[in-house]
Design a binder for this molecule. Structure first.
Ligand SMILES: Cc1cc2nc3c(=O)[nH]c(=O)nc-3n(C[C@H](O)[C@H](O)[C@H](O)COP(=O)(O)O)c2cc1C
Length: 409
């Protein structure tokens, strides 16, 4: 296990104390005014005790008119600086890096909370997804400048509050991913068409943040290895984008994959049919061979052996873990002590085919949000056989029927 204890020096000069990288999970704990709450403070206080080198927050939105899901935190200005400071102090104790993930949903903003989404092009989602999301308006150049400025402002406020790094969410089909994808970006201007043009929106955000945050502040990007869609953002596109980010000095590239239409990131593990292994390991290996930038591979790690193997075989520098860290907030410490049992994620299903099919991965997502709320209150996660029914009840009581729309952060 010693390889997982090895500190990692980032290009910006900051050293991460070990190889555990808690990936972003939207907590659903934002207040009615989209401020962080005491629950965020307690949850990250708990995780910072669990031994991870890096904790990435759930996605924080940069515009309150464009939310990804109920319970979002939004940063547009310094109105919530006091509670942000408490969150930052709690999550960065024990020498933990606490990075805020920043996001804009683009057209992946549910119709129930946003009737006027924006996107690179005015293209609606096909099929079932088209019923959940309104047809977006194509962004003007001034919209592009405004959204880019919002990402940079939010990053500056995160730094001021005491977060020790930021992550740009360029994966999972959200706005930046929409710009990268030739399926969703059919612009005729300098932000669409060639791969170079499709990368421009992301790269300008990164460069703006770097200029505002300084050379010695960690900036990470979460990138899809591919969108898993024919004609969409491909493995070749992703490798090229990662290389450009690397040349510009990004500190960590986190590898994920999939969108709402093809939610491969929510897999149960099982790369190449081997349960417990990381889902995007083949891509991460190619990426690690291509760039010197540290890579964090996320999705599907379920055993200590697979974590050790990924780092020892130079597939990944950091082990990205999301759901297992909700089930066991002390997972890194358990791995170090040689006490981690293979993790099996609970299946949150009603058993009613129609509901399970239509609710998709939503039941699971809300179940994890409920468990994060339990962790924040000092309890351990609790799985019961009627978990799916409890999730549905909770969601409807808290957010109304709209809460049952499919979503993925
Ligand atoms: C409840 C929940 C919320 C999530 N929220 C985010 C998010 O805000 N940003 C993000 O990049 N990924 C988000 N994810 C995806 C995870 O970061 C991760 O990519 C995925 O769960 C696979 O990792 P795992 O197999 O270790 O869980 C979320 C996943 C879950 C279960």
């Amino acid at each position: 296990m010693t390889i997982l204890k090895k500190p990692l020096r980032l290009p910006c000069g900051v050293t991460v104390k070990n190889r555990f990288f808690k990936s972003a999970m939207h907590e659903g704990l934002g207040s009615k005014t989209y401020a962080p709450t005491q629950a965020h403070v307690s949850l990250y206080h708990r995780w910072a005790a669990g031994g991870s080198g890096v904790l990435v927050t759930g996605n924080v939105m940069v515009d309150r008119n464009h939310l990804g899901e109920p319970g979002n935190v939004v940063i547009e200005d310094e109105r919530d600086l006091a509670i942000l400071k408490k969150w930052a102090a709690a999550g960065s104790r024990n020498g933990t890096q606490l990075w805020m993930q920043l996001n804009h949903p683009g057209k992946q903003s549910p119709k129930s909370i946003n009737q006027e989404p924006i996107a690179p092009s005015a293209l609606a989602f096909d099929g079932d997804l088209g019923k959940l999301f309104a047809t977006p308006r194509a962004m003007t150049e001034s919209d592009i400048r405004e959204v880019q400025a919002r990402f940079i402002t939010a990053a500056v406020i995160a730094k001021k509050a005491g977060f020790t790094g930021v992550q740009i969410h360029a994966a999972h089909g959200y706005l930046i991913n929409q710009f990268l994808s030739p399926l969703h970006n059919q612009r005729q201007d300098s932000y669409g068409g060639s791969l170079e043009n499709r990368q421009r929106f992301l790269l300008e955000i990164y460069e703006g943040m770097r200029a505002a945050l300084g050379q010695d502040f960690p900036i990470s990007v979460k990138l899809n290895s591919s969108d898993g869609a024919l004609g969409g953002f491909s493995v070749a596109d992703s490798l090229n984008t990662a290389q450009r980010l690397s040349e510009l000095g990004v500190d960590v590239i986190e590898v994920s994959g999939g969108t709402y239409a093809a939610p491969t990131m929510q897999g149960e593990g099982g790369y190449n049919g081997e349960p417990g292994k990381a889902i995007f390991a083949d891509f991460a290996l190619r990426l690690s061979e291509l760039v010197d930038t540290p890579v964090a591979l996320t999705g599907g790690f379920r055993t200590a052996e697979s974590m050790v193997e990924a780092v020892s075989a130079s597939v990944s520098d950091l082990v990205g873990i999301a759901r297992p860290l909700v089930l066991d907030p002390d997972l890194p410490l358990k791995v170090f002590a040689g006490k981690l049992q293979p993790i099996k994620l609970p299946r949150i299903k009603t058993g009613v085919q129609k509901i399970d099919d239509s609710a998709g991965s939503m039941l699971g997502i809300i179940w994890y949000e409920l468990q994060m709320a339990r962790l924040a209150k000092g309890h351990l996660p609790r799985y019961t056989k009627d978990a799916a029914a409890r999730v549905i009840l909770h969601a409807v009581v808290t957010h109304g029927p709209a809460a049952l729309k499919r979503r993925r952060a």
